[in-house]
Write a protein that binds this ligand. Structure first.
Ligand code: HEM
Length: 195
């Protein structure tokens, strides 16, 4: 299900690189025009991160260490770069301080999560690495949850602006809680399967 949802959202992001300004959402276009390198790098690295993440959950690929490392490093760099670009764009986000802070904190959370995942594996803490990388992808998945939630919020609030302010927070704050339910049973187990 994650892959099925991630593919069209990555395609949606890559569309920015293919059609340029014609992809811009009208309400968001002035901010994108002011900083085109921000949105194009954000869409490129965001698309890569959201697409690559699911490969790291496949046990057969996890066992192939070189491949796992190559995909993992690409995911890590892409997630950190899209988070940094998102953080740079956040002060210009549509919807005022509520959405600016919502997206800004998401950028910080992604950078902290991937940084923690990297530091854990450098310290050979496999269980800690696994937890932080799952959290990282749950946060990157905000790109999907935002676009799933937004149409319902627009209907509920009757307008794009309040819906956008709400979704800047609801697209990511519950996401790390979902894998938490899955992590709890394995947390105590020192021999959790991982390369
Ligand atoms: C890493 C955390 C992320 C942060 C902090 C973030 C932040 C932002 C911000 C601030 C904007 C501009 C919104 C505005 O001007 O109102 C934006 C737009 C956008 N983001 Fe992200 N984002 C993140 C992840 C992603 C990912 C993983 C993707 C990949 C699919 C993505 C794809 C896009 C696209 C395509 C837009 C253009 C707006 C649209 O067409 O919906 N973002 N993001």
């Amino acid at each position: 299900m994650v892959v099925v949802l991630a593919i069209p959202i990555a395609g949606y992001a890559f569309r920015y690189l293919v059609v340029g300004e014609r992809a811009f959402v009208p309400d968001l276009a002035p901010a994108f025009r002011a900083r085109p390198w921000g949105i194009y790098s954000h869409a490129l690295f965001g698309g890569i991160a959201v697409l690559l993440g699911p490969f790291q959950f496949r046990r057969d690929l996890l066992r192939r260490r070189t491949l796992h490392r190559a995909i993992g490093l690409t995911f890590l760099a892409s997630a950190a770069l899209t988070g940094a670009a998102g953080l740079v764009m956040a002060p210009d986000a549509f919807g005022g301080p509520v959405s600016k802070f919502g997206f800004g904190f998401l950028g910080v959370a992604v950078i902290v999560a991937v940084g923690s995942g990297y530091r854990r594996i450098r310290a050979r803490d496999v269980a800690g690495h696994r937890e932080w990388m799952i959290r990282s992808y749950a946060l990157i998945f905000a790109a999907v949850t935002l676009r799933l939630e937004l149409p319902f919020l627009i209907v509920a609030f009757g307008d794009f602006l309040p819906a956008y302010r709400v979704v800047a927070w609801t697209c990511w704050t519950p996401n790390p809680l979902a894998p938490e339910l899955d992590l709890r049973p394995t947390r105590a187990s020192a021999d959790a399967p991982h390369p």
